[in-house]
Design a protein around this ligand. Sequence first.
Ligand SMILES: Cc1cc2nc3c(=O)[nH]c(=O)nc-3n(C[C@H](O)[C@H](O)[C@H](O)COP(=O)(O)O)c2cc1C
Length: 129
Amino acid sequence: MQIYYFTRSGRSQKIAGELAARYGVQAEQIKDGKDWQGIGGYIKACYVAIKGQSLPGVYKIPGEDSPIALVFPIWAGTFPPVVRQFISAVGRERIICIPTSGGSKLKDRGGFSKVIDLVGANIAAPAEL
Ligand SMILES: Cc1cc2nc3c(=O)[nH]c(=O)nc-3n(C[C@H](O)[C@H](O)[C@H](O)COP(=O)(O)O)c2cc1C
């Protein structure tokens, strides 16, 4: 199992860390080099997500050999731009998609090997992938 995450406020990172510890691997961060902090960052993040934008990411290229668990926050009902790019680079069929959110489930869920929604204030790493 390979574990990847993108995070703005740490919730997805925590889940990825728990999964990585369980599988004895490193949780690999996906970075986009942007500053999404503060209210300005939040509004910008909603805007680019709604527009369906993609952004190039910096991350370790995943190996071909094992499935990929991808943990990330839902932004405006959909993928953050760098997550959208990662998914299209890697291919949905190799990805176990683990969106974290305050209240919504992922809408665009077709093609992934699995989708495990982690919804609400209290989320925990899924017992099984
Ligand atoms: C720009 C932005 C948009 C969001 N949009 C949604 C949303 O549409 N539905 C929802 O339930 N939560 C939404 N959230 C809440 C996050 O998905 C949730 O807090 C997530 O677990 C944060 O993960 P992180 O700490 O790894 O960044 C949004 C958060 C941000 C920053």
